[in-house]
Design a protein around this ligand. Structure first.
Ligand SMILES: [Zn+2]
Length: 353
């Protein structure tokens, strides 16, 4: 009787132990369902005029948990950590030979913890990539998958980058805008459109290089408001720079114009007496001269409102004569605009060196 009782309580203890172990049993069952990577595809398309490289990494079932981190500048890597995931049959290193990304590496860092690392061509900036999952697509024969979209930098093409601007704040002023078209060329190109296009390309390059860029305008608008006085409008542009305590430099972009259509060339301005402004204007002049090969009209001083009333070193650039038939054509060209933006970026980089 005594022995029987002992056996009975032992059986009870065993049952209890089994019940306590149940959550552990569930855990083991879940591991059987680990995500196993089994699909890899890249494709290139254009969305809203921007080139996109899409990388799709498929797996055997849904509800993937993942975490995205970046090494934006030096390593230029996008890193995705996936829990309960094994690399499966996918290769450890996949070379892409694409403009926007060069390589994908897949590694199981710990048991059931897999990491995907993507080497970008450009710095990894917010807005230049998107990570999400897509449900299984039976028609397209695609499994549930993790999707990484890599966008070319805004302004078209690989934005390019320069050194030594990281951490600096650069204010860019695209001359004119909105109700004020600025000068208009012989075939109708408006100064306000050229200055904005160049400023946006320059913004992309500088941001790509780790700088903070403040724009007086990013659209075809008056900065103060439509039909304001010239002083109100120009002061509004200065305010954008002056009210931001971290503004390091101010660069205003314009196109020149003259009644004689043969007038041509590039020139840069600073406010008389500003040593740093002179340095900036000189570097801008040198780089634009090298890149564009136009007549160099030199580095000059002037009382232009925006270089006089900004509190930081500033320069105003006259890129070329929009009133000159040949130069108007250059100013309208997307490729040429990108070249000008790159030249200005290099000058800014030298300024901070
Ligand atoms: Zn102008």
């Amino acid at each position: 009787m005594n022995t029987l009782f002992r056996w009975a309580s032992l059986a009870g203890a065993v049952l209890l132990a089994v019940l306590m172990l149940l959550p552990g049993t569930t855990e083991a069952a879940r591991h059987v369902q680990d995500h196993e990577l089994n699909y890899f595809q890249t494709s290139e398309k254009t969305v809203d005029g921007r080139k996109v490289l899409r990388i799709e990494i498929g797996m055997n079932h849904d509800k993937l948990e993942y975490k995205v981190s970046t090494k934006p500048y030096l390593a230029k890597q996008l890193i995705i950590d996936m829990e309960n995931t094994v690399p499966g049959e996918l290769r450890k290193t996949i070379t892409l030979k694409k403009d926007l990304a060069s390589r994908v590496r897949i590694a199981e860092l710990q048991r059931n913890h897999t990491q995907v690392r993507i080497d970008f061509a450009n710095d990894v900036q917010e807005g230049n990539y998107k990570v999400y999952t897509l449900e299984r697509d039976r028609k397209a024969k695609k499994p549930y998958r993790l999707v990484i979209d890599i966008f070319e930098s805004e302004g078209g093409g690989a934005a390019g980058s320069v050194g030594t601007v990281r951490g600096h704040t650069i204010v860019l002023d695209a001359g004119h805008g909105g109700s004020d078209s600025g000068a208009v060329g012989p075939t109708g190109a408006a100064e306000k459109d050229v200055t904005l296009a160049v400023a946006k390309k320059l913004q992309a390059i500088l941001q790509n290089s780790g700088a903070r860029v403040v724009m007086t305008r990013t659209k075809d608008v008056d900065v103060y408001g439509p039909n304001s006085s010239a002083t109100q409008e120009l002061q509004a542009r200065c305010n954008v720079a002056n009210f931001d305590p971290s503004s390091d430099i101010f660069v205003s972009i314009h196109c020149n114009s003259f009644s004689n259509p043969s007038a041509s060339g590039m020139e840069t301005y600073y406010f008389a007496g500003s040593r740093q402004g002179r340095k900036l204007a000189t570097l801008l002049n040198e780089e634009l001269d090298k890149e564009m090969g136009l007549v160099n009209r030199g580095v000059k001083t002037a009382n232009f409102y925006v270089i006089k009333h900004t509190n930081m070193p500033s320069s105003l650039i006259e890129l070329a004569f929009i009133s000159n038939y040949r130069e108007e054509k250059l100013l309208k060209s997307n490729t040429y605009q990108q070249k000008m933006a790159m030249a200005i970026a290099r000058a800014i980089s030298r300024y901070f060196r």
